[in-house]
Design a protein around this ligand. Structure first.
Ligand SMILES: NC(=O)c1ccc[n+]([C@@H]2O[C@H](COP(=O)([O-])OP(=O)(O)OC[C@H]3O[C@@H](n4cnc5c(N)ncnc54)[C@H](O)[C@@H]3O)[C@@H](O)[C@H]2O)c1
Length: 263
């Protein structure tokens, strides 16, 4: 997809990777830029700077997502690219068992990382299918392909995000719908809070601008996976080739890492 003259919505657009995408999309010449975020003030400030529209939206609220899409379609005629990017990160906490996070943390991760993507697709698909064109960019994580020590709720729901994106691509590719999953390792955002990113930071911490560059390239090539850290491709192949060996490697990685310190 070429971004020039397109109408783009970015959730979690007020900060970090989302803000990096918004800046880059503006530079690419989109005709409509809609920045949606729980933090409505930050979204409004960035929209004022970039010449976009802002919405204070909780992506877990299906009614709010439907209204966001309906208002965008009413104002710009269509949504060409919907970027489901909002995300949250919790460490397992306590004794760092895979089950340590309380149920409300699991539930919130499920809602932000999976249901929000479903709500966006449900709202956008009718018009996209009618037009025979539309694109979903899901910000997932390398943790959605490769898991991640000490963050079971995050890694599990990011895997589920990949699962839904696959279903979306398989079910609606013939309708002209494109899907990409953005799967970086560590990126220098508020989510990392100045930490070294733990295991996610071992291959280096990218800037949101570097991630946005990889996204523009990935959207142009229309690849399902967009991997700003190129190493992830080989790790993913290693996992597919020998799952047991890969689990052993991840256990070793976990043993050798202390839990990262996050804000
Ligand atoms: N930073 C990393 O190292 C890294 C690595 C891989 C994937 N990711 C993913 O990138 C995406 C963006 O994260 P980031 O690193 O830019 O973090 P960030 O904290 O800078 O930005 C996340 C944004 O999402 C918004 N948000 C959170 N919950 C929301 C909700 N319920 N409704 C609407 N907005 C909500 C926040 O207000 C914030 O503006 C997330 O999906 C994250 O999982 C981040």
């Amino acid at each position: 997809m070429e971004l020039r003259d397109k109408v783009v919505v970015v959730t979690g657009g007020a900060s970090g990777i989302g803000a990096g995408l918004c800046r880059r999309f503006r530079d690419e010449g989109v005709r409509g830029l809609v920045i949606a975020d729980l933090n409505g003030d930050a979204a409004a400030a960035l929209a004022a700077e970039l010449g976009g529209k802002s919405h204070a939206v909780n992506v877990c609220d299906e009614t709010a997502i439907a209204a966001l899409v309906a208002e965008t379609e009413a104002e710009f005629g269509q949504v060409d690219l919907f970027c489901s990017n909002a995300g949250i990160l919790h460490l397992d906490g306590g004794d760092y068992w895979a089950t340590s996070s309380p149920n409300d943390v699991w539930q919130r991760n499920w809602e932000v990382h999976v249901m929000a993507h479903i709500y966006a697709a449900r709202a956008c698909l009718p018009d996209m299918i009618r037009r025979g064109a539309g694109y979903f960019l899901h910000t997932v994580s390398a943790a959605g392909l490769l898991s991640q020590p000490y963050t079971a709720a995050y890694a599990t729901t990011k895997h589920a995000a990949i699962g839904f994106a696959e279903s979306l691509a398989i079910s609606h590719g013939d309708d002209g719908i494109k899907v990409s999953c953005l799967c970086p390792q560590a990126v220098d955002t508020a989510m990392l809070g100045g930490s070294d990113g733990g295991s996610a930071g071992l291959d280096g911490i990218l800037s949101p601008e570097q991630v946005a560059e990889a996204v523009v390239q990935g959207l142009a090539e229309e690849t399902f996976l967009i991997l700003p850290h190129e190493q992830v491709r080989q790790y993913h192949l290693n996992k597919a080739q020998n799952y047991d060996r890969w689990i052993g490697g991840m256990r070793k990685l976990r043993r050798n890492m202390r839990p990262p310190t996050l804000p």
